[in-house]
Design a protein around this ligand. Structure first.
Ligand code: 9MR
Length: 582
């Protein structure tokens, strides 16, 4: 199943002041001796703790803890039960490069602009996609998909009066993943997390590390923090996705722009010959714009007041439009309209409404939004499965708990985050691989790595709220899983660790299919194990223990894709873990 050594470590390493834990795969029932080597020297030794059979991995395991080690440097190796781990580092700055790399990944996802290899790296340059240059049909004047209908149970046509007889300039934005689609609802959470990590850095006094010149993006040198430049690329696209004034349903936001049919791999965005369509507006997309435009207004204000004002107005207007059309749901996967794109459908969007009200309140302080967020009954706010693009309540709660505001019940909100973090820590304690991701069903969801990362963000927020290092330790132990301390012994982040994943599903980072194309750039996280094994490649793994439902193959889109919304989760955590930020 894997040729990884039986001693599973974080292949990047362990922070000097953090916990240091590994997992040993062994049939031994009694504790075994372990030794930590550097060069020819034994730096520390001790005994493992047997943990029995782990169902998520399908393996018998022990845990090895060497927390007390304070040595620093590279080339450490852990030996136990006759096996040697991959080498790793002990240092305090292990996540500083990842903070940058994971953000620069977004530049590579940009549509409508040429990608400069001087910025993304040799071999990573490509021409601008979807700018109306053949064979592209382009995004300059995209038509609405005809036949937009959705009826309520009692037969009311929710899109009554819809004409869709216009085109929009939908250029720009980020491709969501390895396909050529651009979707508002996974763009929304990605923008939120990038803005959120910047706002967190402002709170901790470390925003300088994200300032102008910090990222390899074309706007470096314009006087604006680069992470804001990157986010603006998507925000401006989201603004373009609004139904134009004067049209029925004006102010709502189109759910996505995408190809009529899936295109095969590999295919550069410039070569995509498919007709592109605007899919019908949805309440969820509209609320996503409301939330991130409100958040953006706060953060752009010191740098570009005009843009901030535009965002503030856009946020309020979108929120109002969503109140007017509260239940326009994007269709699920079973409609023809989705034949060339992902559905990103969501049956319950009260969490999106909560999120929009939260960000609008944080930006404006207006009681109207506080009343709305109090009246919102979405539950549960936190789930063991983590938050993601279609479960945003937990994210909005983290924002409400950590961004300064005059909310009278702010202490209660903060306590609820700590309570959620305590539940995650209790679950983490049951996991011999140290990851606080224990779905109630025992099955891992699509994008489990993103979900795990977002659980780490809950723990990090509890650390910020309480100052208790135990929560930071929990984040660090959880991150070990992503970098190799897992059933397969792989690092799920390209360019990090000895056995890193490199063949994430992507039409342009398709090195596995065409050696003239690159792998995904450094700092790209894979979606990770998915118990459903929904694609033809991972189907062979169906029924495996949850952690083993993964293969680093470009065809395995259900377990090994890249997305902006998983990379934003990684960037948030990497930023939190970078020097001086936690
Ligand atoms: O991330 C999405 C996941 O939560 C859904 O379960 C899955 C199936 O609908 O779709 C995932 O999103 C994919 C999208 O539909 C199309 N582009 C690639 C996305 C990541 O795999």
């Amino acid at each position: 199943m894997t040729d990884a050594p039986r001693v599973r470590v974080n292949q990047v390493g362990y922070l000097t002041d953090g916990p240091k834990t590994a997992t040993l795969v062994t049939d031994a029932t009694a504790p075994v001796r372990w030794r930590l080597h550097q060069g020819g020297t034994v730096v520390a030794e001790g005994e493992s703790q047997p943990r029995g059979h782990d169902p998520s991995a399908g393996l018998d395991v022990h845990v090895v803890s060497f927390d007390e080690v304070r040595a620093t440097g590279h080339g450490f190796v852990l030996e136990a039960d006759g096996a040697m781990s991959d080498p790793f580092a002990l240092a305090q700055d292990l996540y500083d490069d990842l903070r940058v790399d994971s953000l620069v990944v977004f530049y590579g996802q940009r549509s409508g602009i040429a990608i400069d290899e001087a910025l993304l790296g040799p071999g990573y340059g490509r021409a601008a996609g979807h700018v109306d240059v053949v064979p592209n049909r382009g995004d300059g004047a995209v038509r609405c998909l005809p036949a937009v209908h959705a009826t309520t149970a009692d037969g009311v046509d929710l899109y009554d009066g819809w004409t869709g007889g216009y085109t929009l300039d939908a250029t720009g934005g980020w491709y969501d993943a390895g396909d050529q689609g651009k979707y508002v609802v996974n763009g929304g959470i990605a923008v939120a997390q990038l803005l959120g990590l910047y706002e967190r850095a402002l709170r901790t006094g470390t925003a300088g590390a994200l300032g102008d010149g910090s990222l390899r993006v074309p706007e470096r040198g314009n006087g604006v923090p680069d992470v804001l430049d990157e986010v603006r690329w998507e925000l401006e696209w989201m603004l373009r996705m609004r139904v134009p004034a004067g049209e029925p349903f004006a102010g709502l936001v189109h759910h996505k722009v995408s190809d009529e049919r899936w295109v095969p791999l590999p295919m550069l965005p410039t070569d995509d010959p498919q007709p592109r369509y605007l899919h019908r507006p949805s309440t969820a997309a509209t609320l996503n714009l409301a939330a991130v435009a409100a958040q953006g207004a706060r953060l752009f204000a010191p740098h570009d007041e005009a843009f901030a004002a535009l965002l503030r107005t856009a946020a309020r207007d979108a929120y109002d439009a969503a109140q007017e059309h509260p239940v326009l749901l994007a269709p699920d996967t079973n409609v023809l309209a989705n034949a060339g794109s992902g559905p990103y459908d969501d049956a319950d969007i009260e969490d999106d409404r909560l999120w929009a009200a939260t960000e609008l309140y944080l930006t404006t302080g207006d009681d109207r939004y506080a009343d709305d967020l109090r009246a919102n009954r979405y539950a549960p706010l936190f789930r063991p499965e983590g938050f993601d693009w279609n479960h945003v309540a937990a994210w909005s709660r983290l924002q409400l708990a950590t961004v300064a505001s005059a909310l009278p019940e702010r202490d209660t909100v903060r306590a609820s985050v700590v309570e959620a973090a305590d539940a995650l820590r209790a679950q983490q304690a049951t996991q011999p691989f140290g990851h606080p991701y224990v779905p109630t069903s025992g099955r891992y969801d699509w994008g489990s790595n993103g979900l795990l990362l977002n659980n780490l963000a809950v723990l990090a927020a509890a650390h910020e709220i309480t100052g208790d290092q135990a929560y930071r330790d929990a984040v660090l132990s959880g991150v070990d899983y992503l970098f190799g301390r897992n059933a397969l012994g792989v690092s799920y982040v390209t360019g990090y660790g000895t056995r890193d994943v490199r063949n994430q599903h992507s039409r342009w980072y398709a090195h596995q299919l065409d050696p003239t194309l690159p792998h995904p750039p450094r700092g790209t996280v894979s979606g990770g194990p998915n118990s459903d094994c929904p694609d033809p490649v991972s189907a062979a793994l169906a029924g495996s223990p949850a952690q083993c439902c993964f293969v680093d193959d470009i065809g395995a889109y259900g377990v090994n894709e890249m997305t902006i919304n998983w990379n934003s989760a990684l960037a948030w955590v990497a930023s939190y873990l970078s020097t001086g930020n936690s």
